[in-house]
Design a protein around this ligand. Structure first.
Ligand SMILES: [Cu+2]
Length: 119
């Protein structure tokens, strides 16, 4: 996220988290509330961490592994990422809230998750 002059916004935590997001499926069969560090259940969190660990091995990937949401000092950032695995193909809406200043801002993104390519 950026300021009008192009400089990176500094996101402020609110309600204890740097950002809040929701993932909804168009047929109403799924609603998940997410936080950047993951407020999802431990199994999903672990799965994500494993995926990350087995995957591209992005540098200091393991560092965030055992951080507890809301109990760690968050360095200033204008980027948030959410651990989430779409359970199945379909049309989803992702709603993300951040607080780059005094006001909370909300954005919605519609995504179509296709079938996994069969190998
Ligand atoms: Cu939240």
């Amino acid at each position: 996220m950026s300021e009008p002059d192009g400089s990176p916004s500094v996101l402020e935590p609110y309600m204890g988290m740097l950002s809040h997001a929701a993932v909804l499926r168009d047929d109403g069969s799924l609603f998940v509330h997410l936080h950047p560090a993951g407020s999802i259940n431990l199994t999903a969190q672990r799965r994500f961490t494993e995926v990350e660990a087995d995957g591209t091995g992005a540098g200091a990937g393991g560092a965030a592994e055992h951080q507890e949401p809301g109990h760690t000092a968050t360095p200033p950032t204008n980027t948030v990422t959410f651990p989430f695995v779409f359970p199945e193909p379909g049309a989803y809406r992702i709603v993300v809230q951040v607080k780059p200043g005094a006001e909370v801002e909300t954005a919605a993104f519609d995504v179509d998750i296709g079938e996994e390519p069969s190998s």
